[in-house]
Design a protein around this ligand. Structure first.
Ligand code: SAM
Length: 235
């Protein structure tokens, strides 16, 4: 991967950047995505935000090597704190857990004023992001699922709007994704078969342990998720 050729995962993220945007890529590591977005003229200006020194230095080096210092600003800091209000109109956050992405959005809410699109790629727990969007005035407008190097990734795209619009069955769609569930692609089916298998194993282990109380509650939550997935995969 380099600034001219992204991974399929990051290329999918980039495909949702509205042409001509000013973007901020938070947790940018090597700054591949912002450099690519500038080179391909998807973005007119980009910020690469990074909290850890090593990746921050990698981002600085990459931007220098690409001679993009004028158009990609590399900033060290936690989450959205590297932004000034109104500086960008699209924020991308990729390659982290859904819970961390939601925390970054929650902690930096006031910096999102003026931002019109979020492109989020959680490695796990997309449900945390869907819940955060729902509670914070962001309408989920598109989703993609893809497989790369034997890993399955989801990409969630949101804009300000009617947060409940994509949902008709909240419990199912928060877990599986309203657009992904409708599309029901091969990768989607593969992902949820694998997840359900995993949960079944956990339930079996819990049964064996024959513990009560909290464990019992956890088991029935997982069993409900299995039910949802199986129902959807069967229809
Ligand atoms: N976004 C790139 C991608 O998708 O390939 C890099 C993903 S990398 C696994 C996650 C990056 O996010 C790491 O470089 C990490 O240091 C950074 N990160 C984690 N938490 C962060 C935060 N709160 N603010 C900024 N960067 C963060």
């Amino acid at each position: 991967m380099n600034v001219h050729k992204l991974s399929h995962r990051l290329e999918t993220v980039s495909s949702f950047i509205p042409k001509g945007s000013k973007i901020a890529d938070i947790g940018s590591d090597h700054a591949y995505l912002p450099c690519y977005a500038i080179e391909k003229e998807l973005a007119s200006f980009a910020i690469a935000g990074e909290v850890v020194e090593g990746p921050y230095q990698s981002a600085l080096n990459q931007v220098r090597e690409s001679e993009l210092e004028e158009r990609v600003s590399v900033r060290k800091g936690n989450g959205l704190e590297v932004l000034s209000q109104g500086e960008v109109d699209c924020v991308t956050i990729a390659g982290m857990g859904g819970t961390l992405i939601s925390t970054i959005l929650e902690n930096g809410k006031q910096k999102l004023e003026g931002v019109t699109r979020l492109v989020l790629q959680p490695n796990v727990s997309a449900i945390s992001i869907r819940k955060w969007l729902l509670e914070n005035g962001w309408e989920l407008v598109a989703e993609k699922i893809l497989e790369e190097d034997k890993k399955i990734y989801e990409v969630l795209v949101a804009e300000r709007g009617d947060t409940r619009k994509p949902y008709s069955n909240m419990e199912k769609e928060l877990l599986l994704g309203p657009f992904l569930m409708k599309e029901k692609s091969e990768v989607f089916i593969k992902k949820w078969r694998q997840e359900a298998e995993q949960w079944k194993k956990i339930c079996d282990q819990m049964n064996e342990a024959a513990q009560k109380g909290e464990l019992e509650k956890k088991r029935s939550t997982i069993e409900r998720k299995i039910e949802i997935v199986e129902e959807v995969l069967q229809t």
